[in-house]
Design a protein around this ligand. Structure first.
Ligand code: FAD
Ligand code: NAD
Length: 564
């Protein structure tokens, strides 16, 4: 029990082990003490918080024995009510209880939302399989390592079960962590009745009205399907269906080459499908840094069983029926003239996500959504139709559309709770990393090169670029995975890191050295003196920072002795 407290405090100074006095603290005061000490010790307020919270939730159930859902502020049922128990709502709820707020979370479906049930978690289980399949199928790769494997195969239902079981396990971890902390889980669909007032209930049952000092909307998103596309869930489907892996089509068209399209292309090609991308913009992976996108095309697209049509819209898609294949009618994205017709076995629609904000009662507080997204300010506080802040109302995660990533939703939730508790906190979204879990992976933080150059022109500064290759890295070569690149975009006059983009083995893990540096304001002239273990992939970033040419004086606090 005590060990868990020291884990959540993350400071040796105040670990329960080294401070037996903590044993006599009340549950919530011990956790408040934890928060207080963080500030006393000079930790910055939370700028980016990882989704490790989900993984840590099991240990938190132990920690929870020390905590409790406090009593509400006078005149309210709760200090905080969160609508939606996805990863955003979950992250906010855990932090709120840590801060001593009496907290309730309303969920209309199952705990965990998109990420746990229909997103990050099951997709990463499928990608874990595709990575291994890819490796076992690559004769060239195995031979280079001196390995002999007769043949690689898979059991589709076994792979599907792996994804489903993982989602169930993480869902139950999340649910247990909320219960153990004493968060009130209110089942039903929630909506806003008026200022600081929410109602919830299940269809056919009377609704319950509750009051809360502060309210967070965390209702997430659903797949966006453009007009003209008929989804039958069998031959034309979204990621919601694809994650169940009910079958593996011989030929599948993937409409949209963003995160979902790319990750599923990795899965399907490893399992033997032929993939055809349909992308509206002129190049594949238009959201990535263009140089990384080009390299990704060379590594992830060209050598695989993948072809593509760019600059075209899927205007009409008709599911397979009566022995006829799926029919995809393409039009030129600019001229809108018909350009081609595809006949395939299946189509995955991966054209983005739409906010899930209908029926939330926003009209009761004069809030008008923008394409369904809830308008917010820098503190995730909701703005009304006149652009004014709505007191005590916040929106986090996919529903505000600022950054549709699980860890961003969670970090926004924590940031809001900090504000609600009276602590100044602005989440630096440019420090939030993103990753695409293909093989090899792609990761990024901050600006792309064109974005950085545009900003530089507006603000009048120079931009420099540094690059390192995985080919020069011992660990990557030992793994026979030397294909990859890391790219640093920075200001040579100040050493500020503007963006880092990585394509290569374990890029999703490597990015955090850069994202933490941005979050903490660390400059290149400082981080380049940090020492990395040899031989590790992290030396790719070490080389990257060392190869940058910064023109300002060294201020390497990193090597200064730390006062005892
Ligand atoms: C296939 C796929 C893979 C992904 N992979 C990754 C990844 O690897 N990494 C990553 O960072 N992100 C990934 N994402 C994105 C990530 O899933 C989302 O950014 C994240 O789930 C958003 O969290 P949220 O809490 O805002 O919303 P959600 O997770 O969507 O949760 C919202 C919750 O609110 C509930 N709800 C909605 N309305 C109401 C209401 N009125 N009353 C009560 N409850 C309500 C819903 O039932 C749901 O449980 C992926 C998404 C998809 C689709
Ligand atoms: N690893 C991860 O972090 C991860 C994985 C999956 C999803 N996600 C999140 O889920 C969200 C949705 O992912 P996504 O891949 O669906 O969206 P996306 O926005 O990443 O990509 C959608 C793509 O579809 C194209 N498109 C849109 N309409 C089209 C049409 N009619 N015809 C052809 N092309 C069209 C767009 O140009 C774009 O390239 C993303 O915001 C992402 O942040 C994250």
């Amino acid at each position: 029990m005590q060990a868990s407290l020291s884990l959540s405090c993350a400071s040796p100074v105040i670990s329960a082990k080294s401070n037996p006095a903590l044993g006599s603290f009340s549950k919530s005061s011990a956790l408040r003490f934890c928060g207080l000490k963080r500030e006393v010790l000079g930790f910055r307020s939370v700028k980016s918080v990882g989704l490790g919270r989900i993984q840590r939730s099991v240990s938190r159930t132990v920690t929870a024995a020390l905590s409790g859902n406090g009593s509400a502020s006078k005149g309210f049922d709760y200090d905080l009510v969160i609508i939606g128990a996805g990863v955003g709502g979950h992250g906010a709820a855990l932090h709120a209880v840590e801060e001593g707020l009496k907290t309730a979370i309303i969920e209309g479906d199952v705990i965990g939302g998109t990420c746990v049930n229909r997103g990050c978690v099951p997709s990463k289980a499928l990608l874990a399989v595709s990575g291994r399949m890819r490796e076992l199928q690559s004769e060239h790769h195995l031979k280079a390592l001196g390995l002999q494997v007769s043949s690689a195969g898979y059991d589709r239902q076994g792979v599907a079960d792996h994804a489903n079981n993982l989602a169930s396990k993480i869902r139950s971890n999340l649910t247990n962590s909320l219960k153990a902390l004493g968060v009130d889980i209110l089942n039903g669909v929630g909506s806003i009745v008026g200022p600081q007032k929410v109602k919830y209930g299940k269809a056919g049952f009377p609704e319950t009205e509750i009051t809360a000092k502060d309210i967070i909307i965390a209702t997430g998103s659903v797949p966006f399907v453009p007009n003209g596309i008929e989804v039958d869930g069998k031959t034309v489907f979204t990621s919601d269906h694809a994650l169940k892996l009910e079958w593996v089509p011989d030929w599948i068209a993937i409409v949209g080459s963003g995160y979902i399209g790319l990750e599923f292309s990795d899965v399907y090609t490893a399992l033997g499908s032929e993939v055809t991308f349909v992308e509206a913009l002129d190049q594949l992976m238009p959201g990535f840094d263009p140089e990384i996108g080009k390299l990704a095309q060379r590594i992830l697209i060209n050598p695989r069983n993948v072809d593509y049509h760019t600059g075209v819209f899927a205007k009409k898609i008709t599911p397979a029926k009566d022995g006829r294949p799926v029919l995809i009618e393409l039009i030129d994205a600019k001229t809108k003239e018909p350009s081609d017709t595809l006949e395939v076995d299946a189509a995955l629609i991966a054209t983005g996500r739409a906010p899930f904000t209908k029926g939330l009662g926003l009209e009761n507080i004069n809030v008008v959504t923008q394409r369904g997204f809830v308008p917010i300010d820098d503190h995730m506080q909701v703005l009304d139709a006149g652009g004014n802040r709505v007191p005590h109302l916040y929106c986090i995660g996919d529903a505000n559309g600022k950054m549709m990533l699980a860890h961003a939703a969670s970090a926004q939730g924590i940031s809001v709770v900090e504000r609600v508790c009276g602590k100044e906190n602005v989440l630096n979204h440019l420090s939030i990393p993103a990753a695409c879990f293909t093989h090899p992976e792609i990761s990024m933080v901050g600006l792309t090169e064109p974005q950085a150059r545009e900003k530089a022109e507006q603000e009048g500064f120079e931009v420099s670029i540094a690059k390192t290759s995985f080919k020069a890295n011992t660990k990557a070569l030992a793994e026979n995975e030397g294909e990859g690149l890391a790219k640093l975009i920075y200001r040579p006059d100040t050493g500020e890191i503007l963006g880092v983009h990585i394509l290569g083995l374990h890029a999703a893990d490597l990015i955090h050295e850069a994202s933490n540096a941005i979050a903490l304001g660390t400059r290149i002239q400082d981080i380049k003196f940090a020492v990395h273990a040899h031989p590790t992939l992290s030396e790719v970033l070490d080389e990257l920072f060392k190869s940058a040419k910064v023109n300002c004086a060294v201020s390497h606090s990193v090597n200064e002795p730390v006062a005892a």
